[in-house]
Ligand binder design. Sequence first.
Ligand SMILES: C[S@@+](CC[C@H](N)C(=O)[O-])C[C@H]1O[C@@H](n2cnc3c(N)ncnc32)[C@H](O)[C@@H]1O
Length: 307
Amino acid sequence: MSTIHVPVLLKETMQVLVSRPDGVYVDATLGTGGHFRELSSQLDRSAILLGIDADPTVIDHCKSNLNISQKHVYINSNFESIKALCFRNGYPKVDGILMDLGLSSYALDDPLRGLSFSADGPLDMRFSPAIGQTAANIINYADLTDLIQIFQDFGEERFSKSIARSIVKERQKSAIETTGRLAAIVKQKAQAQYVNKTLSRIFQALRIAVNRELDVLQKALVDSVSILNPEGRLVVITYHSLEDRIVKQFFKHESTSCICPREFPICQCDHKASLKIITPKPILPNKEEIVQNSRARSAKLRAAKRL
Ligand SMILES: C[S@@+](CC[C@H](N)C(=O)[O-])C[C@H]1O[C@@H](n2cnc3c(N)ncnc32)[C@H](O)[C@@H]1O
């Protein structure tokens, strides 16, 4: 594995993630281990680290290349099961959880993963081979209405209908199996000045659908709060507005004690705040970081602590 992911918002992440240097910490999106290694360097020898990733190749990379001085464990699994994974490994409660969402640069740069429209490869897009359906399954077998919905909901694409119709017409000639062929179909329906934006939105939408990214994130946020010790931190770095909206709304809901409609004179919901927001506004990378690492340009970091 030649490409090493440059960790995004590294210093800012550590500032909000570490509450106690001898605690138990989970990096739920290990990637090539940049955040994990830095976290290790900030903690006492007695701390515990758990690194989770759905992608077996990055787990192998971390096993061979990271030199972590604390007790640690690498877990090849989906963070959707974060609660069960921590419990099974003997840590039912933890002091910090990091989610740096999306793809590792390694996966993005590998044409065989089918995640990029710039390189031709099989239409796969799974974060993990354990996931049942590929992007090709969706493109070739989803109903027209489902395709439109995917492009609208997960890509916020204005031309979802015409693109989906074109895909359905093309797949009748022969199955659409490669990123190159899908990109060519999408390009024909995109406005000339927005070709790359349209391709990004369609590929993002498909990737979200294949990996059920938004449902997985929602569940993982709920379960993360349930396993945090008081003062423990939940830190999430997102790369697009759909993810950021979920994190923002979740933090708002979980940091509000009463969620009754305003007109109720007395609280009837019994909802108790479980989080305190540490970042009232998301932390964004500075210009210098964006120049050095273009992938950081859309990053937003939000953090909260367990009450
Ligand atoms: C942006 S990279 C993380 C990079 C990492 N912070 C670093 O410093 O190298 C995101 C990683 O999260 C993993 N991932 C995404 N969704 C996941 C999920 N639901 N469960 C487990 N891993 C996931 C991807 O496979 C990818 O390796």
